[in-house]
Design a protein around this ligand. Structure first.
Ligand code: AMP
Ligand code: GLY
Length: 427
């Protein structure tokens, strides 16, 4: 098979790397890819941006691509799968309609409510006055979310009424998220531990991946603003067999059933972000219509089953019930970011001394590029140093040891990725 992977991040490096190891795959193209995918012998970067749906479709037609796997949400929400299917091209990822689960918080919340799937209590607003009245009535902490896609920055957890008002104003009046913030969802603050649960489905059959957990906050101890994710590990010890079953029964199956009932065909990865409270009750925080970043990196490090074959089967509506094969070790990835991320940061800094790939270590690239033969930073999240170990602690030690070898001025990373899981291991 000839495969095209769409996207430029760490997730796409990890996905395309695994796909390229499949015995049924001959060639793998990554559009546009990054410095890391450029350095891989089995991958070829193609200079087409992930949001250029027509450009990607022309490339797939001209190069007789057998399967396209879409990494990021934007092209999915904008209908890449619908367009590819019109051209009889196989594309793994949900249709535009189904991708609204991620593309619109209002759609997602109304969907959950309609199908009795547990989630935080909420209300939707486009009026600043009404939104402020609601916040004053409910009190703090409270959570303000831009309705549309805001690159992971559209959520504010307000601890004071002033902060809540500021977030409402920023979205509805100042329009810091553009059109994505024309409407907001305001919801109840949930306490507990977060976990990510990712499955793949052809709309009928569903196969769960190993559990994972990411650290969204910028700073150690989960402090500071939210980011796309500063590190992740798999499995997440909080998702034991009991919670796994509960997630499948209370969230995943009802969601897929609800989608079918509402007339949406969902073929692709489905990512549920959940809060699990002390008594083990689950509530959905978000859905993503794609794999997580950086969760993909530790998960692909552990996956032994043939992901290319599975995606292809799903596109042909012949996914069969099966248990995926996993490396039983734990995997953990630490993100190295440009200083200043998630706000302003500089690009174009030289990066050297990246450790060689080993069976238990892989440095996935996200925001990197090769400039005159030199590896340089080219984004906010830049590298994800991912390793396998017999325990989360051992994977953590290996990842940080490898990270300490990397030479790159102006980098930044969290020093405590996996701390909850390590504490659980020690209990
Ligand atoms: P979302 O994009 O909706 O998942 O929100 C991003 C992050 O904000 C989540 O991963 C949580 O860490 C946090 N968050 C979102 N909604 C809530 C909530 N209702 N209660 C507490 N934290 C939340
Ligand atoms: N790491 C969170 C996400 O991919 O949305």
């Amino acid at each position: 098979m000839k495969v095209l992977v769409v996207g430029a991040g760490g997730r796409e490096h990890a996905l395309s790397w695994r796909i390229s190891q499949s015995p049924i795959v001959k060639e793998v193209y990554v559009a546009p890819g990054n410095g890391g995918t450029e350095l891989e012998n089995l991958l070829t970067n193609v200079e087409i941006q992930a949001d250029d749906i027509e450009g990607l479709a022309s490339f797939a037609l001209e190069n007789e691509i057998d399967l396209t796997v879409v990494g990021p949400e934007d092209p999915l929400v904008n209908g890449i799968t619908d367009r590819f299917n019109e051209l009889s091209l196989k594309c793994f990822g949900p249709s535009k309609g189904a991708a609204q689960l991620e593309g619109s918080k209002e759609f997602m919340k109304d969907f959950l409510k309609r199908h009795n799937i547990p989630t935080a209590e909420y209300s939707t607003f486009d009026s600043t006055k009404k939104a402020i009245e609601y916040v004053e009535e409910k009190g703090c902490p409270i959570v303000i979310k831009a309705d549309g896609l805001a690159a992971g920055k559209g959520v504010t957890i307000a601890h004071t009424i002033e902060e809540a008002k500021e977030a409402i104003n920023q979205s509805l009046e100042t329009k810091v998220f553009g059109e994505a913030g024309n409407r907001i969802v305001i919801e109840e603050f949930l306490d507990g531990e977060e976990a990510s649960f990712i499955v793949m489905t052809d709309g009928a059959v569903v196969i769960p991946f190993a559990s994972s957990q990411d650290h969204k906050a910028l700073e150690d101890n989960d402090k500071g603003p939210n980011t796309g994710g500063m590190g992740a590990y798999s499995p997440a010890p909080i998702v034991d067999d009991y919670i796994h079953e509960k997630i499948m029964e209370e969230i995943i199956h009802p969601t897929l059933k609800g989608l079918r009932k509402d007339g949406y065909k969902y073929c692709g990865f489905l990512y549920a972000g959940m809060m699990i409270d002390k008594s083990g009750q689950l509530k959905v925080l978000e859905f993503n219509c794609r794999f997580g970043d950086p969760e993909t990196q530790p998960i692909m490090m552990r996956l032994k089953s043939d992901i290319a074959d599975l995606c292809n089967q799903a596109c042909e509506d012949r996914l069969s019930e099966q248990t995926l094969e996993w490396d039983q070790r734990k995997a953990l990835g630490v993100v190295m970011a440009s200083k200043g991320y998630p706000y302003e940061y500089e690009k174009g800094k030289n990066i050297t001394n990246i450790p060689q790939e080993r069976s238990d270590l892989k440095v996935f690239h996200a925001g990197t590029k090769i400039e005159s033969g030199t590896l340089q930073s080219n984004g906010g999240r830049v590298l994800c140093i991912t390793s396998l170990g017999s325990s989360v602690e051992s994977a953590q030690n290996k990842a940080y040891d490898a990270l300490s070898e990397i030479e790159w001025d102006d980098s930044f990373y969290r020093k405590d990725i996996g701390y909850r899981a390590v504490a659980r291991e020690k209990k």
